[in-house]
Design a protein around this ligand. Sequence first.
Ligand code: CDP
Length: 203
Amino acid sequence: MAFTIAIDGPAAAGKGTVSKAVAAHFGFAHLDTGLLYRAVGAKMLAGVDPVAAAQGLMAEDLEGEGLRSPDVAQAASKVAAIGAVRAALVDFQRAFARRAGGAVLDGRDIGTVICPGAEAKLFVTASAEVRAERRYLELVNKGHETSREAVLADVKERDARDMERAEAPLKPAADAVVIDTSEMSIEEAVAEAIKAIDARLGE
Ligand code: CDP
């Protein structure tokens, strides 16, 4: 059985945590599509042409903690605005989405562009301040040196770039269930997500 769960939302909204928990709950495979753009962004920072990097992306390019750095996040949102980069990554994402046994994909355009026919669509969001605080704690825990101000500025800059780009801009699909996690714990956000997906599975 193929069943696609699309989870979109702005930077550091907790999509990754919710997606992993949802995938574990339903026994589905999970793809963090942000990693694809981060890997291309990292290659651009290393001097590779981003379109060539996207066309030649390999599984091992998606590994390594370095992809989680703020510099790579910024580079990711820049290469993500290039239509030919996005186009090179479409087939892989769609094939993953329709694999037997079900799939969860999280990103920016999964419910709108990559999988408009997804059986369940969520848009996970939170205020920019809450998202920046969560990302700040995450980065500091991983040993990155940064400040709350720098993280908030990064989050706002990427959101603006992601929402304003011509290609696959960040926005909720018309049929997505919006979950605002500003005042929710992880457990509450996961429970809300599972409830929304159960409702679609039962249809
Ligand atoms: O973890 P965080 O939410 O900060 O970012 P991410 O999901 O790893 O995505 C990094 C960047 O990749 C985003 O700012 C987007 O510009 C881009 N992206 C995208 O354009 N489309 C996707 N499906 C996923 C990520």
